[in-house]
Design a protein around this ligand. Structure first.
Ligand code: ATP
Length: 238
């Protein structure tokens, strides 16, 4: 079976600085795969490249067996790849519901859109309670929920989440991680970028550790969670 996403020897540069130096990994349908690593390792650059926002200088990206090399960013969403970016990028003056509707901008099936908005409210009840309020009135964690809900509105085959736990309280972080687990149980395929290695590896099928543009270690979430070097470097153990 071909993987849903195949990344092969991917290289991405900002001018002369190579931020991603030839990484390879794959994501099978139904899996949660996580990229972990410290600041500047190249995780965000990888996701932005998969979304078509950055052009690689080398390597291959195949999604559903098809090369994304010549596909422009706006068409990548229509192929089924959705990105919930770092820092969220919600529209603060628009209502919560309108922010969700924006995520469905490529769809015209009104009943389906309404059903998926309801699904977002089932997943995150706070969004439903406050649907008519400006999104800027939400807390950081609630805005993260909105960004995830909006990404889901495009009915993605692959949902990419960039640091969904960033800046959240421990309780809010647990809630977001529980939601990711719930999405997985519903069959959503997820590529998760996280600095919180413990949380990400606990729910991931596979994980890859990135350091300065390279994948230095790969394994099942559980194996990496118990790997001594990972525990020392990323889980704060001596
Ligand atoms: P973070 O958690 O901080 O987002 P990351 O693993 O996602 O870290 P990237 O944001 O992908 O890392 O950054 C990888 C490298 O590329 C870093 O050295 C960073 O300074 C550099 N970089 C990122 N964006 C740019 C840019 N727009 N121009 C130049 N260099 C950049």
């Amino acid at each position: 079976m071909t993987a849903l996403l195949e990344v092969e020897d991917l290289r991405v540069a900002y001018g002369k600085i190579e931020a991603v130096k030839g990484i390879s990994f794959k994501v099978d349908a139904g899996e949660v795969v996580t990229l972990i690593g410290t600041n500047g390792a190249g995780k965000t650059t990888t996701l932005r490249t998969l979304s078509g926002l950055l052009k690689p200088v080398g390597g291959q990206i195949r999604f559903g067996g098809k090369s994304l090399k010549k596909v422009p960013a706006h068409q990548i969403v229509s192929l089924g790849l959705a990105h919930s970016p770092e820092g969220r990028h919600i529209f603060p003056r628009m209502t919560i519901e309108d922010n969700l509707r924006l995520g469905a901008f490529l769809r015209s099936d009104r009943p389906g859109i309404d059903r998926d908005i309801q699904r977002a409210y089932d997943l995150f009840p706070i969004l439903g309670e406050r649907r008519k309020q400006a999104a800027g009135t939400l807390s950081g964690g609630e805005q993260q929920m909105l960004a995830m809900g909006r990404a889901l509105m495009s009915q993605p085959k692959l949902l990419m989440l960039d640091e969904p736990s960033m800046g959240l309280s421990p309780i809010m972080m647990q809630k977001i991680m529980a939601t990711i687990a719930e999405l997985k149980s519903q069959g959503t395929t997820i590529l998760l970028v996280e600095q919180n290695a413990q949380a990400a590896l606990s729910l991931a099928d596979h994980g890859h550790v990135m350091e300065v543009g390279n994948i230095v270690l790969s394994g099942s979430g559980q194996d990496l969670l118990h790997d001594e070097s990972v525990r020392k470097a990323y889980l704060g153990e001596d």
